[in-house]
Ligand binder design. Structure first.
Ligand SMILES: *[C@@H]1O[C@H](CO)[C@@H](O)[C@H](O)[C@H]1NC(C)=O
Ligand SMILES: *[C@@H]1O[C@H](CO)[C@@H](O)[C@H](O)[C@H]1NC(C)=O
Ligand SMILES: *[C@@H]1O[C@H](CO)[C@@H](O)[C@H](O)[C@H]1NC(C)=O
Length: 146
């Protein structure tokens, strides 16, 4: 099914909106993470765009970068742009991934938030995630922050 769809895209592409409307959507997200362990801790926050139809298209829209702090709370802010690559559907799934070592074991954990599904025509998306206590939060153990 899918190779057939891709093939018909290739021959029909001149008339498709793939080339017609490529206005970007700009994304902004911010929030505050907190850690109750009273120790230095590190984290990274990344924003992904999942395309519903093409599962290999899993783009990092923005990355805050790895930060370390000895304070209980740390703010973060992400900005990025994404061009409409949803060829067969009209939605983005915006997915925020947080990796941190505010863990009792000291191992890095990761968890995800999927706060929004956004139509590709949306010019701007603001996501305010508020304050999140990450202490020992996350089911995935990972080796790296990115
Ligand atoms: C997030 O951004 C909004 C709008 O600029 C601002 O009012 C809010 O204080 C920010 N929150 C954090 C945690 O930085
Ligand atoms: C969020 O992004 C991650 C990392 O790319 C991905 O594995 C996951 O399937 C995405 N979607 C959800 C719903 O978590
Ligand atoms: C997190 O990692 C940093 C850098 O490696 C380390 O200094 C800190 O002690 C770690 N924090 C915890 C709670 O394991």
């Amino acid at each position: 099914m899918r190779p057939m769809l891709v093939f018909s895209l290739l021959i029909g592409v001149a008339s498709s909106r793939f080339f017609m409307d490529r206005a970007p959507t700009s994304f902004f997200a911010n929030g505050t993470l907190s850690c109750q362990l009273k120790k230095p801790w590190c984290f990274n926050v990344q924003m992904y765009e999942d395309d519903f139809s093409f599962k290999f298209a899993n783009d990092v829209v923005a990355s805050y970068g790895t930060r370390c702090t000895r304070f209980e709370k740390h703010q973060y802010e992400l900005t990025g742009n994404q061009f409409g690559d949803g060829l067969w559907n009209d939605d983005y799934e915006i997915n925020i991934s947080i990796t941190h070592n505010c863990t009792i074991s000291g191992k890095k954990r990761r968890f995800r938030r999927v706060p929004q599904i956004v139509a590709v025509e949306t010019p701007r998306v603001d996501i305010f995630l508020g304050v999140l206590d990450v202490t020992d939060l996350g089911k995935d153990f990972v080796e790296h922050y990115v």
